[in-house]
Design a binder for this molecule. Structure first.
Ligand code: S3P
Length: 429
């Protein structure tokens, strides 16, 4: 546990930052580079703890991976050459590593056991294991596979057509990755579009994958060709500074190389709906993933309603959006977001409990929250629940509290943003 006190009330934030690499894309770059025979190179890789777990897992299976800061080189003999790990694969806090690996390992030649921290042990795994079992995957775990530790024994798989009961890119990706090794064509039908990094990167690695009207299909038996991945900055990390710049006084923050994949830009739509003063300048490039410069300035904010199809496009940003809403005029309603209950922690309960300690007018609902603003907040001792995004929200709140914020455990922030406090400090002149 690392205590941290933040006291930045009445501070203006000015300057330019480049947020760290996208977490979702970084995970996938290691996975796909490990499947493909040959040498894959990655730039802009996120050196966060979650993504380092993914590297370690593949190293344990004999894939040669060298990392120099955010540059990574993966030399793989292909998936068929993966070795059986001699020890458990430790997932730490990473749901993405756990769920995507289950899909990949299901059709591999290896037997492996996946375990993680306290949070991973509570996260629902049946959502991936049910469709994988329909494909003939051999997976066991606590409560019939609902919870880690999980053991997976690679076996021949059959393709399925799967109607997604939840909006989850992790579930979609696990099925598609299993589908690569299945006999027949795997089809996933989504009710709502979720982040499509798996589909984009599979194409980049030479896989034929079709997407039409929320239906994704891929034929089994396709081989991946090693590639070069440029990871853009993580819009989910940028979100903390977009909100910071909007709520701090006399501020202007320029964020470079922010990933602008439309399946992830719900936070920008919300800032615009709340009348935030922001400018977006997309870069002209040919990369699989779009990126650009985003500038945010101190804003007069109006409340809004956030629901329906936008939710998967901003699911990880809801904690920081809740803080934003405490500074907006009117009632902000967030609904259709029950998935927040099964993130690193129950993020509805955590956000409402912590913002209420600061004096926010906030109320939990079954599938979201209702926030009235604007409210001047007061300092307090806050919990992070070991959840990086709650930790960063707690810290950014200090911009609008009278008195300091004390975080019980700031170490968890390194899961996705190891230099968060340095970047914040760098904007204070
Ligand atoms: C992720 C998908 C999302 C997101 C998580 C990363 C991914 O989870 O919350 O941080 O990389 O596919 P769900 O698939 O559970 O919605």
């Amino acid at each position: 546990m690392t205590n941290k006190t933040v006291h930045i009330e009445n501070t203006s934030l000015n300057g330019t930052i480049t947020v760290p690499g996208d977490k979702s894309i970084s995970h996938r770059s290691i996975m796909f580079g490990s499947i493909a025979k040959g040498t894959t190179t990655v730039t802009g890789f996120l050196e966060g703890e979650d993504c380092l777990r993914t590297i370690e897992a593949f190293k344990q299976m004999g894939v040669k991976i060298e990392r120099n800061g955010s540059n990574v080189k993966i030399e793989s003999q292909g998936m068929d050459a993966w070795e059986e790990p001699q020890d458990i694969l430790y997932m730490g806090n990473s749901g993405t590593t756990t769920r995507l690996l289950l899909g990949l390992l299901a059709g591999s030649n290896v037997h492996a056991v996946l375990s993680g921290d306290e949070s991973i042990a509570k996260r629902p795994m049946k959502r991936v294991i049910n469709p994988l079992r329909e494909m003939n995957a051999q997976i066991t775990g606590r409560q019939d596979g609902q919870f880690a530790p999980l053991a997976v024994k690679g076996s021949p798989l059959q393709a399925i057509t799967y109607d997604m009961p939840v909006a989850s890119a992790q579930v979609k990706s696990a099925i598609l990755l299993a589908g690569l090794n299945a006999e027949g064509t795997t089809i996933v039908r989504e009710q709502e579009t979720t982040r499509d990094h798996t589909e984009l990167m599979l194409k980049q690695f030479g896989v034929e994958i079709a997407t039409k009207d929320k239906v994704i299909s891929l034929a089994g038996g396709q081989k991946l060709t090693a590639s070069h991945v440029e990871v853009p900055g993580d819009i989910s990390s940028a979100a903390f500074f977009l909100v910071a710049g909007a709520i701090a006084e006399n501020s202007e923050i320029v964020l470079e190389n922010v990933g602008l994949n439309e399946t992830r830009t719900g936070i920008i739509d919300v800032l615009q709906a709340m009348q935030a003063d922001l400018t977006i300048e997309p870069y002209e490039n040919e990369h699989a993933e779009k990126a650009g410069r985003v500038t945010i300035r101190t804003s007069q904010l109006q409340a809004t309603t956030i629901d329906g199809e936008i939710i998967p496009r901003l699911i990880d940003e809801i904690p920081i959006i809740a803080l934003l809403a405490t500074q907006a005029r009117g009632t902000t309603i967030i609904k259709d977001a029950e998935e927040l209950k099964v993130k690193e922690t129950n993020r509805i309960d955590a956000v409402v409990a912590e913002l209420a300690k600061l004096g926010a007018d906030i109320q939990a609902t079954d599938d979201g929250m209702i926030i009235n603003g604007p409210t001047r907040l007061s300092g307090a001792s806050l919990k992070t629940y070991g959840d990086h995004r709650i930790g960063m929200m707690d810290a950014i709140a200090s911009l609008v509290t009278t008195g300091p914020i004390e975080l019980d455990d700031a170490a968890c922030i390194a899961v996705s943003y190891p230099n968060f406090f340095e970047d914040l400090q760098g904007l204070i002149k």
